[in-house]
Design a protein around this ligand. Structure first.
Ligand code: FES
Ligand code: FES
Length: 193
């Protein structure tokens, strides 16, 4: 059985008789802190965050790009960290759910999730919130979605109807079916921002 390299990948620790795997160093900034880690080249960003940097707020659910539980921001854009190689993040700025709070204050969307009961088990919640925060920025930047009926005018956050929020959050699944409350939470955070 082949051995899976563990956190703190050590080039010298390859098993004799197994194909040699060279660890690769990668320097990245996570939640404002610079890190240089040596990783197995096939390691996903999700595994590097959870196993090497012990940032376990980002959840592994499907591990195949289908549920959104692993959503983080790379240079301000939302990505599925289970579908992203850590070795490709050299020099990138990553934000995880642990990095949203500023000076002890939760992000407006985190507060709105609490106020609107946007979760039950909470397993999807960090991904929902990271996706929602990026979605609000995309709306501010004027990005339309598949639900945008009128493309003649630049999109604004005021155009974020329920249908728009549902469409823009459709990559984030919730097995507890908290969708109505999640939409309410996003709408409340948009109204406050
Ligand atoms: S764990 Fe990444 S999309 Fe499901
Ligand atoms: S709150 Fe349980 S999966 Fe979403």
């Amino acid at each position: 059985m082949s051995k899976t390299p563990k956190p703190g990948f050590d080039n010298a620790a390859n098993d004799p008789g197994e194909p040699r795997i060279e660890g690769v160093p990668v320097s990245l900034t996570v939640n404002g802190q610079a890190h240089t880690i040596t990783i197995e080249p096939r390691m996903t960003l999700l595994d590097a965050l959870r196993e090497d940097l012990v940032l376990t707020g980002t959840k592994k659910a499907c591990d195949r790009g289908e549920c959104g539980a692993c959503t983080v921001h790379i240079d301000g854009r939302r990505v599925l960290s289970c579908m992203t190689l850590a070795a490709m993040q050299e020099g990138k700025k990553i934000t995880t759910i642990e990095g949203l709070e500023q000076n002890g204050m939760l992000h407006a969307l985190q507060l709105a999730f609490i106020e609107h009961d946007g979760f039950q088990c909470g397993f999807c919640t960090s991904g929902q919130i990271m996706s929602g925060v990026a979605m609000m920025e995309e709306a501010k930047a004027g990005w339309p979605s598949a639900a945008t009926a009128d493309l003649r005018h630049p999109f604004t956050p005021a155009d974020l109807s329920s249908a728009e929020i549902r469409e823009r959050m459709s990559g984030n699944l919730c097995r507890c079916a908290c969708y109505p409350n999640i939409v309410d939470a996003v709408a409340a955070a948009v109204a406050r921002s």
